[in-house]
Design a binder for this molecule. Sequence first.
Ligand code: SAH
Length: 213
Amino acid sequence: MIKSKYQKQRNALADLLADKGIRDDRVISAIRDIPRHTFVDSALWTRAYEDIALPIGLDQTISQPYTVARQTELLELQPGAKILEIGTGSGYQCAVLCEMGAKVYSIERHKALHERSREQLRDMGYRPMLKCDDGTLGWGAYAPYDGIVVTAGAPVVPSDLVAQLAVGGKLVIPVGDSTSQKMHVITRVTEDNFDEKVYEGFKFVPLIGEKGW
Ligand code: SAH
């Protein structure tokens, strides 16, 4: 069998993320399998398996692998879960969720990124539902979701996203100012009861929109 390009580097990245504390083996194996380099410009391929964010144009970035892994782990995916992602960007986080068996809906506000990620994900054989829009309002037509993951930093938790959670569902969202954000996980415990936990700090590009910056 021909070893796929960069498999050694990908294995090393997966091992590094496990060392950094990622406990969900399904996340680790998705990262081991998905060719992250194909989500960035070929000039950046040699850096694609370092644990760093990389530029994808339009002042946006593909998130650091640790961040992708941590957000995904915090969703606590059940098999076949229906997940909404805000900020498709390169499509990498979306691919990780698809690879783990989730039914994924993802929204990107930049048309060029939306189109590029749509092509990339299709070429890889993934079948998410994608749209180009302001994700701070969620995607009401397909709600409720078992999980919602926001991959840009928000000033506050957008109320529409909370409203679109299924009972038992989790919203994973970085909230803070423009320099740093803390990861908030809001669980809809019952129809009217929510639990909120706050985790460690991160640095994301801003969530721009009606309920964002
Ligand atoms: N999940 C992406 C991360 C991309 S960075 C990946 O794996 O590559 C965050 C993305 O969120 C950017 O592409 C940015 O354009 C997008 N974004 C910011 N505000 C948004 C909004 N209100 N709705 C949808 N996308 C938004």
